[in-house]
Design a protein around this ligand. Structure first.
Ligand code: SF4
Length: 606
């Protein structure tokens, strides 16, 4: 794989080739990104200093004709959590980066003035971007399209939130976000406004006949899967109807798990009243994405992409808001400002609880009535956070830091793990999701250990086997992230199918078992990164609310989360000490001993 390194301080470029054995051992995407950051980033670097490294990774399967391999993987050290940060972005940008001649990008240093990267048919150039600074992501994309006479052009950019230092700013490509953990903030700190790519390179496929056979099978899986068909037709917001009756749809900043008004803010309303049309990311037949429009009323006109499930929740049930048009508007503002919707809504829900509990008042909010349910206040606060105005400046640091600044018992209402705001699943009634939040390498993320059996099955209250289930799920997700495979499309290809596809494209044989070992290797390496940064077992925890404030269980009994019980089982399943440190035999089995980790991922001389 060929990686373009951009030195923003010196405005220079170099091309690097990843050793074949590294691609074989880490696949691409999240795997190579973690391996490179572990090797290249000194311990204790300030994430917003020029010393931090921002990197983008594809995989050998991306744009090789495979379905749903679209997720460009951004890796850096998070300014929100100080952990390793891996964030994914769908759409077309990742595949077109490969067409433009690079399998990845590394940005080092900081440009003196704003610039954007243009990579066109393998030729890199840094172009001035002073005139783009301050523009929203949509305006930036339009302006770059206007000044470049290029076909097959794809653009990803930051908006004002990334420029202003909002700690959960995202990188946007149309409505696709590389959203969580402040990767857009790191990009802004480097004075890098955008990345533009164009080209016609063709990815290599070693064994085309074998590839076609596996691809035909996978295409058949997609066609036959009722789950994928339904997912495409309804979209991710179908989870509102699925999860609310199970009591795991968080409401009022996780004070309860059911939203009585959920039928006003669900997929039925969104699809029937606001959807314009469906569309797809590059080379995906599922077409789960949707354009929506608000044509009349106080928030009109809004034409946007989404909102997805987490967003309809974070500005909806999480803020006890039943006005769907305000949710669409808030989603669009986050897209334009370039700001993570989950953390933005999480910060607003936190502020609403602080307001209702008397920790802040109208003087602190510049007169905004922050009672739960006030949809106008939610939209107003999105603007204030992006611009870092008044209370918005405090909330722009994320709920963990905001709680420290507000004081009193505000920390009790900060629904975050390691600084990352939680997503739309109630852990007291979904124990494995709670363990997933507690142990995700980037903080309170739902995606790294998403337990389908809890969310859509019947095992939500049980502790039985959850440690091993979360470990196996995290390893499986790591494989998919390393291959840049969209998690929504999981029903279309098994791990064995992915191994077959990888083997056909690269010529390196991968079985289900060898891929599972790679997933485990990636998770352990990310753990080593975080341990090296000073994280310990005490950071693998949940907000006090889940540990001390019960919700009623299925028979009315009080339900909290016994996090110690879950962690003990999880660490055991992982082959870690009870302090959460990988044991020597685990590291040795996975090829993660010190000597091996000192080998560069790049070929000699690079
Ligand atoms: S399933 Fe949806 S999000 Fe995933 S690649 Fe396909 S269209 Fe994109």
């Amino acid at each position: 794989m060929k990686i373009l390194e951009v030195d923003l301080t010196n405005q220079s470029f170099s091309w690097k080739k990843v050793r074949d054995e590294m691609v074989s051992d880490y696949l691409g995407g999240r795997g190579l990104g973690a391996r490179y950051l572990y090797e290249a980033l000194p311990v204790g670097v300030d994430p917003l200093s020029p010393d931090n490294i921002l990197s983008m990774w594809t995989s050998p399967l991306m744009s090789a004709g495979t379905l749903s391999m679209v997720k460009l993987c951004g890796v850096t050290k998070s300014p929100l959590t100080n952990t390793i940060l891996m964030s994914l972005m769908g759409g077309n940008f990742g595949p077109y980066l490969r067409f433009a001649g690079a399998d990845g990008l590394i940005f080092k240093g900081r440009s003196e003035t704003p610039v954007y990267l243009l990579l066109s048919d393998g030729v890199p150039e840094l172009k001035p971007a002073q005139h783009l600074w301050g523009k929203t992501t949509r305006e930036t994309e339009e302006a770059i399209r206007g000044e470049l006479d290029l076909k097959r052009l794809q653009i990803a950019s930051i908006g004002p939130a990334g420029e202003n230092g909002v700690l959960f700013a995202s990188i946007m490509h149309g409505g696709d976000a590389m959203g969580r953990g402040g990767i857009g903030t790191v990009m802004g700190s480097k004075n890098l406004k955008a990345m533009a790519v164009s080209g016609r390179s063709k990815p290599e496929i070693q064994d085309r006949d074998r590839f076609q056979v596996v691809l035909k099978k996978v295409v058949g899986n997609y066609k036959e899967s009722d789950a994928l068909k339904e997912f495409g037709e309804i979209g991710s917001t179908r989870h509102v109807n699925g999860l609310n009756p199970k009591g795991i749809y968080p409401v009022k900043n996780f004070q309860t798990g059911e939203f009585p008004d959920y039928r006003l803010v669900n997929a039925d309303v969104l699809n029937n009243q606001y959807m314009q049309k469906r569309f797809a990311c590059f080379s995906c037949s599922i077409r789960c994405r949707r354009y929506t429009e608000v044509k009349a009323g106080p928030y009109a006109p809004v034409q946007t992409e989404g909102p997805e499930y987490e967003t309809i929740w974070t500005f909806g049930g999480n803020c006890e808001n039943k006005n769907i048009e305000s949710i669409i508007a808030a989603n669009d503002l986050c897209l334009e400002y370039g700001m993570d919707t989950i953390s933005t809504g999480g910060a607003i829900g936190f502020a609403m609880e602080c307001f209702e509990k008397g920790l802040i008042d109208l003087k602190d909010t510049d007169g905004i009535d922050l009672h739960f349910g006030n949809h106008e206040a939610i939209v107003a606060m999105v603007h204030k956070i992006a611009r870092r105005e008044g209370l918005g400046n405090i909330l722009s640091k994320g709920t963990k830091q905001a709680a420290d600044l507000i004081g009193g018992n505000a920390a009790d209402f900060a629904m975050q793990v390691k600084g990352l705001e939680l997503a739309a699943y109630e852990p007291r009634r979904a124990k494995g999701m709670g363990l997933g939040y507690a142990t995700s390498p980037r903080g309170g993320c739902h995606e790294r250990g998403y337990l389908l059996s809890e969310v859509f099955g019947i095992e939500q209250y049980s502790y039985e086997g959850k440690g091993a289930m979360v470990q196996r799920t995290q390893d499986t997700v790591a494989i998919k992230d390393a291959l840049c495979f969209c998690a929504f499309a999981s029903a279309g290809a098994s791990v064995q199918d992915l191994g077959e596809l990888f083997s056909a494209v690269t010529g390196w044989e991968k079985t289900e078992q060898s891929l599972m070992e790679i997933g485990e290797r990636i998770c352990n390496l990310e753990r080593l990164f975080n341990l090296r940064e000073g994280f310990t077992r005490s950071d693998d925890t949940l907000p006090k609310r889940f540990l001390k404030e019960p919700l009623p269980g299925p028979n009315g009994e009080p339900e909290v989360v016994d996090i110690d019980l879950l962690l003990d089982k999880y660490y055991q399943a992982r082959g870690w000490t009870l302090d959460g440190v990988p044991l020597e035999p685990t590291l040795s089995r996975l090829g993660l001993d010190d000597r091996i980790l000192k080998t560069s991922i790049f070929e000699d001389g690079d």
